[in-house]
Design a protein around this ligand. Structure first.
Ligand SMILES: Cc1cc2nc3c(=O)[nH]c(=O)nc-3n(C[C@H](O)[C@H](O)[C@H](O)COP(=O)(O)OP(=O)(O)OC[C@H]3O[C@@H](n4cnc5c(N)ncnc54)[C@H](O)[C@@H]3O)c2cc1C
Length: 328
């Protein structure tokens, strides 16, 4: 069965990998920008089942996490190097509402530990004096590296890549099955015009870590998040912009929105130098659950991963691949 996948982000590559478990499948991936050219390539890589301001266990959070970790292993093996960059996530509770929500999260979930402000500062003395929760199993991956590894694993099973823009699904009519995994740009296809989605631009800053601070040894996440990329570089995110003029990075908006939140977590970041800014667009469905379904005789879609693409991509890609294999 000859299958075309439009999009080489989390959704497209994970779907390709799961389909390739069947040896009669031939996959060609089409991506205008190459591997990880969309939101996936710039994602901060946070992975834990308690995403969101209230830190509630996400729907499918545990199975999503398990499925994602399986694919992370596949990517690491293909590259012969780890793609997890940081293990452990500390979520600081800055507001009264967060303190209540986070304490409840720790009470309900055995893998989450409540830490008082002193215990948090023992983990990293430069933190503001607030309590929080420690999510031991939470981690951050290097997203670009993960995508390279997953692509390498797909390539090892015979997948091909064409770096072109697909302007209509009819262009791929010679394929038996066509899967749209085009992220926020799935909206350009008329076959998806009847669905209602919203788009949210996200920007992320790269900071030069101040010399006077030791490197942060875990992921820090509250109203903003911080993920060390190396002992001297840190990603800080992210913006949630419902109204925006351009998909391109806009440093001023990103700086104004992100830096005060980061400084509220670590006051010593006041002196941090901004080295870069990247932007992507998240596609969100009204239910906030991904859209994974058949949209035509041989057309399928997987999109709407919102801000939890890493948590949900592997699980939903497996569901889609199983369905495609069953019905093709
Ligand atoms: C700043 C930011 C930080 C984020 N951080 C996290 C995080 O820490 N953890 C997390 O779980 N999620 C995070 N997310 C969300 C996550 O990035 C998305 O949910 C996820 O990347 C969506 O994956 P996707 O494969 O659906 O889309 P994309 O990654 O956007 O992939 C779509 C691909 O399709 C290609 N494409 C589109 N149209 C066409 C066409 N017509 N022809 C050819 N190719 C086409 C694009 O070039 C692109 O490569 C973040 C998002 C942003 C913006």
């Amino acid at each position: 069965v000859n299958i075309a996948i439009i999009g080489a982000g989390f959704a497209g590559l994970a779907t390709a990998w799961h389909l390739l478990t069947n040896s009669s499948i031939k996959i060609t991936i089409f991506d205008a920008k190459g591997i990880g050219g969309g939101a996936s390539g710039i994602a901060a890589g946070l992975l834990h089942p308690y995403a969101g301001v209230h830190s509630k266990l996400n729907q499918l959070g545990r199975v999503g996490m398990e499925a994602a970790l399986d694919l992370i292993k596949v990517a690491s093996q293909a590259l012969q190097q780890p793609v997890i960059s940081n293990q452990g996530i500390l979520r600081l509770a800055l507001t009264q509402e967060q303190k209540i929500d986070f304490a409840e999260c720790a009470q309900k979930n055995a893998d989450v530990q409540w830490l008082n402000s002193h215990e948090c500062q023992t983990l990293f003395p430069a933190l503001t004096k607030e309590p929080g929760i420690w999510i031991k199993e939470g981690c951050a991956i290097n997203s670009a590296l993960y995508l390279q590894g997953l692509w390498q694993a797909c390539q090892n099973k015979g997948a091909g890549l064409e770096k072109i823009t697909v302007s209509s699904l009819q262009q791929l009519d010679n394929f038996d099955v066509i899967i749209v995994a085009a992220g926020a740009h799935a909206l350009v296809f008329p076959e998806l015009a009847s669905y209602s989605f919203s788009t949210i631009k996200g920007q992320i800053l790269e900071l030069k870590w101040p010399q006077e601070l030791p490197p942060l040894p875990f992921v820090l996440n509250s109203h903003a998040y911080l993920v060390m990329q190396s002992p001297t570089r840190c990603l800080v995110g992210a913006t949630f912009e419902r109204k925006y003029q351009t998909e391109a990075p806009d440093l001023q908006t990103a700086q104004e929105e992100i830096m005060p939140k980061a400084i509220a977590l670590i006051p010593g970041l006041q002196s941090a130098k901004i080295m870069g800014c990247q932007a992507g667009v998240r596609l969100v469905t009204p239910s906030r659950s991904p859209l994974v379904e058949r949209i035509g005789k041989k057309h399928w879609v997987i999109t709407g991963l919102g801000s939890k693409g890493l948590l949900y991509h592997a699980y939903y890609a497996k569901q889609l691949a199983d369905q495609v294999l069953k019905e093709s």
